[in-house]
Design a protein around this ligand. Structure first.
Ligand SMILES: Nc1ncnc2c1ncn2[C@@H]1O[C@H](COP(=O)(O)OP(=O)(O)OP(=O)(O)O)[C@@H](O)[C@H]1O
Length: 585
């Protein structure tokens, strides 16, 4: 419970509301416990002695107790709701803030759907534990102890029956909790799976429809939905025993008390009012057991959610330097014998012995087959992942020593499948720099060739984009993402196959525009040799290793691999039908 307790302590408001809720529920219980005592007096003194004074005074006492118990109960509900709302807000805030600081290594450890469930359903479970659990948790023990004390005070002989009932009830409680507890984590991860299926389906809905996979998706959903239903059934199968088992104990106790009590009354050792009083306390004691067992179930469930939330809050973040550097002397990038693998325990390096210097203001082209390690290579520069061996420096400073936000501000990344957000085009561009002037925006739109299609959009820069930018074409989306990255004015700009969806003419135009940006270091991952042949340096990656490096002309004459890629692509350009055939295969 470390993280959540720490968080609760951090928020003084939660502390205060929580303490007030416990205080008021304690008072409410005290008033409730007094009522049977007053009732016993009414019967034994008021009814037996026909004393109106006792009727009125005890009757008013009972009324006052009931009203005060109602008022304190309402105050409890108010403060419990406040503390649960605050805690829920804090848990969502802290988780979201933590996720923003996650590196890709952290994100690889969580499913997106799992994070969504932790931020929604798990937080709700914890909140419910407070709103529905705090009251019985505070009332249960108080009512149990006071009920026992009062019963013994009324008649110790009769109250002895509790010595047999209480252990039986405690055993039932332990049995149910031990059966139900392991089911809750299963239930929450089944919810993760259902979220994942829904999320994947919605994200890929176009592919689902294009491939007519609706029925298959429906079957997949039914499977996980059935699993959730089955785990829920198993969980509540045991939980359902709770109330009937306790009721059985309660009625058995009442019968035993009535039989023993009647005998004691006949023997003149017990008053009728006293028996009524004890019977009321039986109800209170057994009710407190029912409450406690329900609370235990609730707590067991919320513990499973607490653990899942804590996994997010306690996920170790990428180490930050104690004195983070916030200036970059220059943008020289040096890979010094860098090895990299995604999982520390992984056997094979994804990148092996990368030794390379990229001078400031120059352009590096990166070619290589699918899975050769191109994206992994560039992801090390903004420290989306940390190198596994060797060192990566920018401007002579190890990237691990930079302030992370500062480093990422210096490095712009345009991915092949960059995401646009719902909102206007202008809002999306301003994501790169919220204070950018209209002049700057027009300039980056020109460089990224956004201006070419802006006129055709109904409201130009104010055109609204749907979620994920689905109402613009793939090429338009890529151009908008390039403009957005340029607006950030980075010193290093990485294009990860980010012009794959634009035609060669526009690609060349964008390249020309970028070349005019003085001092900008560019790293261009591309499938087409044409997109990198102008670069100051080109590397060819194969299975995580640099197998060729140099300028276009040097590589053409000196690298068989490069020449082969070049020749194949040249043939395709001369015979466009060939690329269609190849793609078809
Ligand atoms: N997040 C990840 N976790 C584990 N392995 C990964 C991850 N991302 C990529 N890999 C693996 O690392 C290797 C290199 O992948 P990478 O994406 O860097 O290749 P790439 O050259 O960019 O490929 P492509 O041209 O298809 O985008 C591949 O074997 C891939 O399966």
């Amino acid at each position: 419970m470390n993280a959540i307790r720490l968080l609760a302590r951090e928020s003084k408001a939660i502390h205060k509301y929580f303490a007030l809720a416990v205080f008021f529920v304690g008072i409410e219980t005290l008033f409730e416990v007094l009522i049977p005592l007053l009732m016993a007096d009414i019967i034994d003194q008021g009814v037996v002695n026909k004393d109106m004074g006792v009727f009125v005074s005890r009757g008013l006492g009972m009324l006052a107790c009931a009203l005060l118990s109602l008022a304190t109960g309402l105050l409890y509900a108010r403060f419990a709701a406040k503390s649960s709302t605050k805690l829920g807000q804090l848990l969502r805030d802290k988780q979201f803030a933590r996720i923003q600081r996650f590196s890709f290594t952290n994100l690889d450890r969580f499913e997106t759907s799992g994070i969504v469930t932790r931020m929604t359903s798990d937080v709700t479970v914890v909140q419910n534990a407070i709103t529905s659990g705090l009251r019985p948790l505070a009332r249960g023990p108080i009512m149990l102890v006071l009920g026992l004390v009062m019963s013994f005070l009324i008649n110790a002989e009769l109250a002895f029956v509790f010595f047999f009932v209480c252990p039986v009830l405690a055993l039932i409680m332990v049995w149910i909790v031990s059966k139900v507890a392991p089911q809750y984590p299963r239930m929450q991860s089944a919810l993760d799976t259902i979220n994942q299926v829904v999320q994947e389906n919605l994200i890929a809905i176009r592919a689902v429809k294009a491939f007519v996979r609706g029925d298959y998706e429906l079957e997949r959903f039914d499977q996980v939905n059935d699993e959730v239903a089955s785990i829920t059934r198993q969980t509540f199968h045991y939980a359902l025993f709770n109330t009937p088992a306790f009721q059985l104990c309660m009625y058995t106790t009442i019968v035993v008390l009535m039989v023993t009590g009647s005998r004691l009354i006949l023997e003149g050792r017990l008053e009728v009012g006293q028996l009524t009083g004890i019977l009321s306390y039986v109800l209170q004691i057994l009710n407190s057991f029912v409450m406690l067992s329900n609370v235990f179930l609730l707590m067991t469930r919320s513990m499973a959610s607490v653990r899942r939330i804590e996994e997010v809050l306690l996920e170790p973040l990428a180490a930050q330097s104690e004195n983070p550097v916030t200036t970059m002397p220059d943008s020289t990038i040096v890979f010094d014998h860098v090895d990299f693998k995604y999982a520390a325990a992984g056997r094979k390096n994804v990148l092996e012995n990368i030794d390379l210097t990229i001078e400031p203001g120059t352009t590096l082209g990166v070619l290589g087959g699918t899975g050769s390690g191109k994206s992994s290579f560039v992801s090390l520069i903004p420290r989306l992942y940390d190198v596994s061996a060797g060192a990566l420096t920018i401007g002579g400073v190890d990237v691990k020593n930079y302030d992370l936000a500062f480093l990422r501000d210096q490095v712009g990344v345009v991915l092949q499948n960059n995401v646009l957000f719902s909102g206007t085009i202008l809002e999306n561009l301003r994501w790169g720099d919220e204070n950018a002037s209209m002049e700057d925006i027009e300039r980056v739109c020109r460089i990224a060739c956004v201006d070419e299609f802006l006129d055709r959009l109904p409201e130009g820069l104010d055109t609204r984009l749907d979620q994920g930018g689905t109402n613009v074409s793939g090429g338009q989306k890529q151009r908008l993402c390039i403009a957005r990255a340029l607006l950030k004015k980075p010193r290093i700009l990485i294009f990860d196959d980010s012009t794959s969806a634009v035609d060669t003419h526009t690609d060349a135009k964008i390249r020309k525009g970028l070349a005019s940006m003085e001092g900008l270091t560019q790293i261009i991952i591309a499938q087409r040799v044409q997109s990198v042949e102008h670069c100051d340096q080109i590397i060819v990656l194969d299975d995580g290793q640099i197998v060729a490096r140099g300028r276009h002309d040097e590589l053409l004459s000196g690298s068989a691999v490069y020449r082969e890629i070049y020749e194949t692509q040249k043939k395709r350009r001369q015979k466009p039908w060939l690329s269609t055939v190849v793609r078809g295969i």
